[in-house]
Design a protein around this ligand. Structure first.
Ligand code: SF4
Length: 232
């Protein structure tokens, strides 16, 4: 079995696997057009020999679930600590890999009740958007008993203190929340339409205070790779 890969790195005992392709069409995405190559899962095992932990991300890893499941199962059996990043758009695929995964990073795109905003943020049309919303809500329920980081991109005009609190009230408590300042890292996103401005850091700070009502650990990520951790 083979996987389409955009990156495979080992640093000491830590591995990082980035997989190609996604089920969403976010207009700020810098990952879906990256060049990819194909590796057998045997080759990936060989390259990951001796690691103790791995981060599996991408684009969206779960769109390659057929080959990903045996890879994660084998890594789990070897005792490797596995973190999986997902957009939550395929809850059945997520459910099938959860037994092998130690920690999940799941990205909340925006207010799940605001379909107009979500259409822009995900690039999906009406029908697939409704499916995405259903799937995301189920995915969130599935990861409730796992170590989970909720990852949120703070894009001006889409995330504000009022709708942010409402989003978190719907999701409930999570172990960790990470707020990323839109456009602060070109390897994470790019401008789209008229959305070419970073939010003020003060807005990220204000949202972080709200997030503390829903998580004991809140991380802010912004310009110059600045990281601020609140809570624990
Ligand atoms: S930003 Fe993430 S979820 Fe959106 S298209 Fe890119 S990889 Fe997929």
């Amino acid at each position: 079995m083979k996987l389409r890969v955009t990156g495979l790195h080992v640093d000491g005992k830590k591995g990082r696997l980035e997989l190609a392709g996604c089920n969403l069409r976010c207009p700020y995405c810098v990952h879906t057009n990256l060049p990819f190559y194909t590796l057998t899962i045997d080759t990936i095992f060989e390259r990951l020999e001796g690691i103790e932990s791995i981060y599996v991300g991408g684009a969206e890893p779960l769109i390659q679930k057929r080959a990903l499941i045996p890879l994660l199962r084998e890594l789990g059996e070897r005792g490797v600590y596995i973190t999986l990043k997902t957009d939550g758009a395929d809850s059945r695929a997520l459910e099938s890999v959860l037994p092998y995964v130690d920690r999940v990073v799941i990205e909340l795109k925006g207010d799940l009740d605001d379909e107009i905003a979500l259409k822009t943020l995900t690039g999906l049309d009406d029908k697939p958007l409704k499916r995405y919303i259903r799937e995301f809500k189920r995915s969130i329920r599935l990861v409730k008993n796992k170590k989970t980081r909720l990852w949120i991109r703070v894009i001006p005009g889409f995330v504000n203190p009022i709708n942010f609190r409402k989003m978190l009230e719907e999701i409930g408590e999570v172990e960790e929340i990470m707020l990323y300042q839109f456009l602060s890292d070109p390897s994470y996103d790019k401008p789209f339409g008229e959305h070419n401005m970073k939010p003020e850091w003060e807005l990220v700070e204000e949202l972080a205070v709200i997030a503390l009502d829903f998580s004991s650990k809140v991380i802010q990520y912004g310009d110059n790779h600045e990281i601020k951790v609140r809570g624990v």
